[in-house]
Ligand binder design. Structure first.
Ligand SMILES: NC(=O)c1ccc[n+]([C@@H]2O[C@H](COP(=O)([O-])OP(=O)(O)OC[C@H]3O[C@@H](n4cnc5c(N)ncnc54)[C@H](OP(=O)(O)O)[C@@H]3O)[C@@H](O)[C@H]2O)c1
Length: 269
């Protein structure tokens, strides 16, 4: 069933969520309201998605909303916004996408006992049907209240809150690692003598094909590499160079740094 939505903060991530949720009819434009402090952003969201948008937070908007989406940044005045939501007396499920900010911090800021909170961590792949949103609920929140909305912009994994920071650094930033790999690989193709267009097309095919192979065979990557790497051949020669490089450590250190940064942001550092 279509939900009416009040989104607070209309930045990149909220836009990606709204776009997919509208397309998949989990929400409709006439019952979606967004508040963002930037007038340009408000104009853009109105013009592009035909939703109602405003620069001022309005307590009255909470009355008509089934779901509240808190989408400002960790460094924005989220606690003040939460206090206003709590003070409204409405107990509409609050879905927070703020990286690093815990359910406990939200609960404290709301200053309202038994407020239903769903803390999620989505990524920007919402238009693709791919991407997994990690979702942690407090004891008062009902999964059914948020489930359809959450599934309209990706797959959903209900997880304990302790896993959210790991999820953020690994899953949410996931596309970043892939974009970087794609860039490194396509540059290698160009360096080897292919045109940019050829290099891009081949890398995209291989990325999608390799992902499909992992999915449909269920094989460990070592098994698939064994098929590709014949004795004394080209594949194993490339493998040797990769093994001797910082490739794996670079990716792993990036993920660990992203997880650490998530935790720091939550502490306001
Ligand atoms: N981008 C991602 O991939 C991603 C993934 C998962 C979670 N998140 C989370 O999503 C949240 C938003 O990230 P984002 O990348 O979408 O950032 P963003 O594009 O900067 O969006 C934040 C928006 O909120 C506005 N804003 C700030 N204070 C406000 C207030 N008091 N009332 C209303 N609007 C306010 C900002 O306006 P101004 O720019 O004018 O200040 C901006 O338009 C963050 O908490 C982040 O942790 C992001």
């Amino acid at each position: 069933m279509t939900k009416s939505l009040y989104a607070i903060g209309g930045g990149q991530m909220v836009e990606a969520i709204i776009r997919a949720a509208l397309k998949n009819q989990a929400i409709s434009a006439d019952t979606t309201k967004v508040v963002d402090i930037s007038p340009e952003r408000v104009r853009y969201l109105k013009d592009t998605y035909h939703v109602t948008a405003d620069t001022e937070f309005q307590t009255e908007a909470l009355v008509n909303a089934d779901i509240i989406l808190l989408g400002v940044r960790p460094q924005d005045k989220w606690a003040e916004l939460a206090r206003q939501i709590g003070a409204s007396g409405q107990k509409k499920p609050l879905i927070s996408i703020i990286a690093g900010v815990t359910i406990k911090q939200l609960q404290d800021a709301l200053e309202a006992a038994d407020y239903p909170i769903v803390r999620i961590i989505p990524n920007t792949l919402t238009d693709t049907g791919f991407g997994v949103t990690g979702a942690a609920l407090n004891a008062t929140a009902n999964q059914e209240d948020a489930d359809e909305f959450l599934k309209s912009f990706g797959k959903v994994d209900y997880i304990p809150e302790e896993q959210i920071d790991i999820y953020t650094g690994y899953a949410v930033c996931g596309p970043n690692y892939i974009y970087n790999f794609y860039l490194a690989l396509t540059n290698a193709g160009v360096l080897g003598g292919l045109s940019r267009a050829q290099a891009n097309q081949i890398a995209l095919e291989n990325l999608q094909g390799a992902a499909k192979m992992l999915e449909i065979t269920g094989k460990h990557p070592y098994e698939l590499l064994d098929i590709n790497n014949s004795a004394g051949g080209v594949g194993i020669t490339a493998q040797h160079e990769l093994d001797a490089s910082d490739f794996a450590a670079g990716v792993q250190n990036a993920v660990l740094a992203a997880i650490k940064r998530t935790t720091e942001l939550g502490k306001g550092e």
